[in-house]
Design a protein around this ligand. Structure first.
Ligand code: HEC
Ligand code: HEC
Ligand code: HEC
Ligand code: HEC
Ligand code: HEC
Ligand code: HEC
Ligand code: HEC
Ligand code: HEC
Ligand code: HEC
Ligand code: HEC
Ligand code: HEC
Length: 425
């Protein structure tokens, strides 16, 4: 009650003044020809679908603005001149007024959005002179702007791919702007993310402040990728960042994998999809061997074994390559996102965990069962005594085979020679 009384003075002034102000406004509007929110003057000409003008290069530009579309847009209540501040009447119709030179400035009303946008790459490139990098209206539209929540909005989750692809899948456009490679059209829509209808380009890139992949502040800068995916895959990302690969990746080492090395980025597929690079049929053929079959990585990081070769020669590897998906692949023993060296007590292949790791497939596996060296290769030059012994045994074995078979062949040859000479005599 008290507040009402305090405000009563202002209430009276407003209550009494408002109709007067309104009438004054209407008269002013009628005199200047533009009433607040009444765009009939402008539509009088611009509702005409054939209204066109020529731009500086002589290209014909449509000046048609659909009243129906505009009335549905979020700015419907606004006057045209709120955006086209330099056009208040029909004087520009003769073409004397260089309207195109003074673009619409959305920031007069959307300062916060512009501030974010100015941090991003698209705006920086426009300022550097890349005319066709995305402007506010390239993503939001001009006279058809709707809140992003609206399914018809150009920035609605269901339409963003189309909005971005207009430039980024356009081969000609991409070539002109030295943008790397054109994104295959619809590639994202077919991915596991595209199919959810919840994840879109801006989930990983951001909308206004998106940055280039070489910018250390970018969501797609190599060492920031786990964090970007982690917004939606927090558990896996935690496991990964604590793993040997994650630690290396965080230090910016490019020879250690990050999420996108194994999964790809725009075309990510579910692991059960046979085309997924992490499908279980591929794990031991490409996913891990792409690095662990490389001499350079084994040498540089002093991982002394040659795990891939020895795995292929093992019973597990032989039956895996024969198509047996029950056999063990790299991930069955090492894990996937939580891979650690055998010296780490938390590792699936540390001495105290091996029995359990093998036990998932070999129920009742004893300590001794899990004891043997998994990736042993025969090598007399190896550092491992066991490998050396196997290496020598292998050499002696080969010498024996050569000796026995060679001796036998030699004996048979001499026998044949003798018989041939005998027959000649
Ligand atoms: C008498 C008809 C007429 C009326 C009324 C009219 N326009 Fe125009 N408008 C034109 C013509 C013709 C052109 C092309 C001028 C040229 O060749 O540069 C034009 C150009 C424009 C352009 C510039 C396009 C560009 O790329 O340069 C804008 C923006 C525009 N009008 C907005 C408005 C607004 C806002 C109103 C209402 C206040 C309005 N017009 C009222 C006829 C009209
Ligand atoms: C929310 C802001 C906004 C409002 C409101 C708005 N326009 Fe525009 N209009 C734009 C933008 C942005 C462009 C394109 C870029 C530029 O000219 O800076 C544009 C361009 C135009 C053009 C040039 C042709 C084209 O499509 O590029 C015409 C003509 C035009 N507007 C007329 C109108 C008329 C008539 C109204 C009122 C019914 C209106 N505009 C209201 C933002 C607006
Ligand atoms: C004269 C002020 C003004 C200008 C200039 C203006 N807008 Fe708006 N805009 C508004 C107002 C007011 C609303 C809120 C309308 C509502 O909520 O009903 C709005 C709403 C929006 C929305 C939806 C926001 C939401 O939260 O739902 C978007 C997107 C938008 N504007 C983009 C633009 C773009 C892009 C431009 C430039 C082409 C622009 N606006 C120019 C005043 C303006
Ligand atoms: C590269 C495309 C892109 C550009 C360029 C862009 N926006 Fe947006 N904008 C979006 C997307 C996508 C969203 C909604 C989702 C989000 O928050 O990421 C959005 C959200 C908004 C919103 C919040 C209202 C809503 O509908 O969610 C406003 C207001 C807005 N933008 C204004 C602007 C203005 C002003 C500019 C230019 C200074 C601009 N945008 C440039 C893509 C863009
Ligand atoms: C799941 C996250 C994710 C989604 C969703 C996503 N991107 Fe990307 N995008 C990335 C990553 C990560 C990179 C960096 C790849 C690299 O390291 O080469 C990238 C790179 C890019 C590049 C730069 C390519 C180059 O060669 O420089 C463009 C452009 C791009 N994305 C556009 C899009 C568009 C458009 C969409 C929606 C259709 C989209 N992205 C959806 C994660 C994503
Ligand atoms: C009007 C065309 C246009 C639209 C629409 C557009 N972009 Fe771009 N984008 C560009 C241009 C041009 C560049 C390159 C700027 C440069 O480096 O010269 C760029 C750069 C990028 C880059 C950085 C590429 C790199 O080299 O690292 C990413 C990522 C990107 N855009 C994503 C998007 C996303 C996501 C959308 C939709 C929300 C989008 N773009 C909409 C024109 C566009
Ligand atoms: C060394 C390669 C590698 C790296 C690095 C990697 N992944 Fe994976 N990821 C895989 C493999 C292999 C599978 C399939 C595992 C299986 O068959 O259960 C997988 C499965 C997944 C799944 C499906 C999980 C499920 O159980 O359904 C998601 C989600 C995933 N990864 C996200 C990520 C994210 C996020 C990152 C980065 C933080 C990442 N991955 C890093 C190889 C990798
Ligand atoms: C905006 C949230 C979001 C972001 C960001 C995101 N994802 Fe996803 N991801 C999802 C959703 C939702 C699914 C589908 C859930 C499902 O069906 O399992 C999914 C599914 C996946 C799958 C398939 C899981 C399977 O069934 O095998 C992989 C792999 C994956 N994401 C990896 C990534 C990687 C790598 C990144 C970063 C480059 C990333 N995601 C970023 C939300 C996200
Ligand atoms: C992009 C290359 C790359 C891929 C793909 C990759 N790794 Fe690695 N991995 C490395 C590098 C580099 C190290 C060395 C880290 C160190 O020792 O500091 C490493 C370390 C390891 C280690 C610990 C070795 C040790 O003694 O420290 C194991 C175990 C391992 N990786 C298994 C796997 C498995 C299993 C896969 C497949 C799911 C895989 N890696 C995929 C590059 C890769
Ligand atoms: C049957 C279980 C099993 C399979 C399958 C397996 N590993 Fe191993 N791996 C081990 C064990 C146990 C060790 C510990 C050292 C040893 O016994 O040789 C090891 C050691 C390693 C090491 C050295 C790491 C260290 O800390 O000693 C790397 C790297 C490695 N494996 C990669 C792979 C790759 C790549 C594959 C698939 C091609 C694979 N492994 C398949 C069990 C396995
Ligand atoms: C993902 C399941 C899986 C895991 C984990 C696994 N194995 Fe196997 N293992 C198999 C299958 C299936 C075979 C039968 C392969 C064949 O057809 O010869 C096999 C065969 C063997 C054999 C050959 C003799 C026999 O019993 O057939 C040995 C020895 C063996 N595994 C040891 C191990 C050790 C040690 C570990 C742990 C470091 C281990 N396995 C982990 C699935 C697994």
């Amino acid at each position: 009650m008290k507040q009402r009384e305090d405000g009563s003075m202002a209430w009276k002034v407003l209550g009494g003044g408002l109709p007067v102000l309104l009438i004054l406004g209407l008269i002013l509007g009628w005199m200047t020809g533009v009433a607040w929110g009444d765009n009939s003057l402008c539509f009088g000409c611009h509702q005409d679908e054939s209204l066109k003008k020529q731009d500086a290069r002589g290209k014909s530009i449509s000046l048609f603005v659909s009243e129906a579309v505009y009335k549905n847009s979020v700015h419907a209540k606004m006057s045209c001149s709120d955006c086209h501040t330099h056009i208040k009447d029909d004087k520009h119709a003769e073409g004397g007024q260089k309207a195109a030179d003074k673009g619409v400035n959305c920031a007069t009303c959307h300062g916060k959005a512009e501030k974010e946008y100015l941090q991003g790459l698209h705006s920086k490139m426009i300022m550097k002179g890349t005319e066709r990098a995305a402007n506010c209206y390239d993503c939001h539209g001009k006279h058809n702007i709707l809140p992003s929540k609206d399914p018809k909005s150009m920035t609605n989750v269901s339409n963003i791919e189309k909005t971005c692809d207009r430039c980024h899948s356009n081969v000609e456009f991409v070539k002109q702007h030295a943008l790397g490679a054109a994104l295959p059209e619809g590639e994202f829509k077919r991915s596991v993310h595209g199919k959810t209808g919840e994840v879109t380009c801006t989930s990983c890139h951001g909308g206004h402040n998106l940055r280039s992949l070489i910018d250390p502040k970018s969501t797609i800068f190599r060492s920031n990728i786990p964090q970007t995916c982690g917004a939606c895959h927090p558990d896996i990302t935690k496991e990964f960042t604590e793993s040997i690969h994650g630690e290396l990746a965080a230090r910016g080492r490019t020879d250690s994998p990050t999420c996108t090395t194994c999964h790809g980025f725009h075309g990510i597929k579910a692991k059960v999809d046979p085309d997924s690079p992490v499908n279980e049929k591929r794990i031991a053929l490409t996913t891990c061997p792409q690095c662990h079959a490389a001499e350079r990585i084994s040498k540089e990081y002093k991982i002394t074994t040659t795990p891939v070769k020895s795995y292929y020669d093992s019973f597990h590897g032989l039956s895996y390559r024969g198509g047996d998906t029950y056999s063990a692949n790299c991930a069955s023993c090492h894990g996937v996102h939580d891979i650690r060296p055998s010296s780490d007590p938390k590792s699936m292949i540390s001495k105290n965990n091996l029995q359990k790791t093998c036990g998932t497939c070999h129920p009742g596996a004893s300590v001794n069962f899990a004891k043997g060296k998994m990736h042993a290769v025969a090598s007399i030059s190896g550092q491992d005594i066991g490998e050396k012994v196997v290496g020598w045994v292998k050499i002696v074995y080969i010498l024996l085979i050569v000796g026995v078979i060679g001796g036998l062949t030699f004996f048979n040859f001499m026998d044949w020679l003798r018989k041939t000479i005998d027959r000649a005599h």
